[in-house]
Design a protein around this ligand. Sequence first.
Ligand code: SAH
Ligand code: TMP
Ligand code: ZN
Length: 406
Amino acid sequence: MDTRCRVCSGTVREFIDLGRQPTANGFLLPSEVAGEFFFRLAVGACQECRMVQLLEEVPQELRYHAGYRYHASGSAAHRSHFENDAKRFLRTELTGPDPFIVEIGCNDGVMLSTISTAGVRHLGVEPSGDVADLARAKGVRVLSAFFDEQTAADIRIRHGVADVVFGANTICHIAHIASVFRGIDQLLGPNGVFVFEEPYLGTIIEQMAFDQIYDEHVFYFSVTSVKEMAARFGFELVDAERIPLHGGEIRYTIARPATRAPSESLAELLAQEQAGKLSEEQTFAQFGSNVARIRDDLVTLLTDLRAEGKRVVGYGAPGKSSTVTNYCGIGPDLVPFVCDSTPSKQGHLIPGSHLPVRPPSEFSDPYPDYALLFAWNHSKEIMAKEEDFRASGGKWIRYVPEVEVL
Ligand code: SAH
Ligand code: TMP
Ligand code: ZN
């Protein structure tokens, strides 16, 4: 089934269908299972501008609300990454008289708390109530709203233009992307920059990270498609740089046309994408068939382990774990529970597949024979923390880029 592109209204051609799926962060109590929401999780590429995107989308109010459970400050790696981002802005873009930075999707204040401590004028825009309150508790100023053209116009009236508009793991979540860019046009000062850091299509394809595909990720950006998108909305992509978050992302810098010189790194990444045929149909088709193979391998491994009487426990319950378990049909019969350090996920079920989430203290009580690593992007931090598991004879299972027992 083809649909219209959210950037250019071109035809979006489907290349992967991950089946009937819930909202990936819709962790629920056993008593809430009855009314669970499902939609068809399928991805395609625009035949005109090459933007890769979901075919069907979930209304934003069902994804972002007071019960939204993703806390950006949950990982030490994320805390230090965003502290560095903040320090960099303080050093570079925020040095004029009374500078102003706006963050779209500031979540629990992981980035803006450093800006606030430095006494620099800022505003987070965050629709999810509980995480917004966590940010406020850190001294961050937060507007409870979805960012769009209207919100941007209101901010400009109250606060004036911004030197920086920032977003991390948020811009690819916003289906009304044209309204976002009209908002940026209202809000950004003449020499301002719109900087966003998002999962990279190149990484997803290279690492076979199909579990990055879920309801919240409406777009799967490449440097090629973001350059095209910026131009269509009256801006210019001036820099793109690889960063290590979530297994490999890109930080894009967009400015008003001809206000900044395009970087070398941008040209290099564009050339790499072309040489690697990143935006071509054959690449997408290959990805689709590789993903189906991973599913078959993982289900076979788990079924075999169960037949041998081995105990397998999941480790980490990120949004990604919902995609994998629902696509592969992994239920509590194969993986009886998953450990996760986020208190608000504990006692709940992973959406759709209904694997129970328990505190990490239950991991060692007693250790399982195998641990299926859903939070594979944090594998260093987790394996270091759980050294004793391996010492006790336990083995880790990874499933990207292929199924592997470590
Ligand atoms: N920036 C953090 C959080 C990313 S999670 C990080 O990189 O880890 C995405 C956040 O974007 C959520 O907190 C969600 O509530 C928020 N969000 C979703 N749609 C939004 C919109 N239209 N405007 C502003 N924030 C939005
Ligand atoms: P993320 O990949 O979206 O950052 O989510 C990672 C999930 O893994 C999150 O729910 C927290 C969990 N987690 C642990 O349980 N233990 C850990 O040591 C780390 C780093 C994350
Ligand atoms: Zn398009």
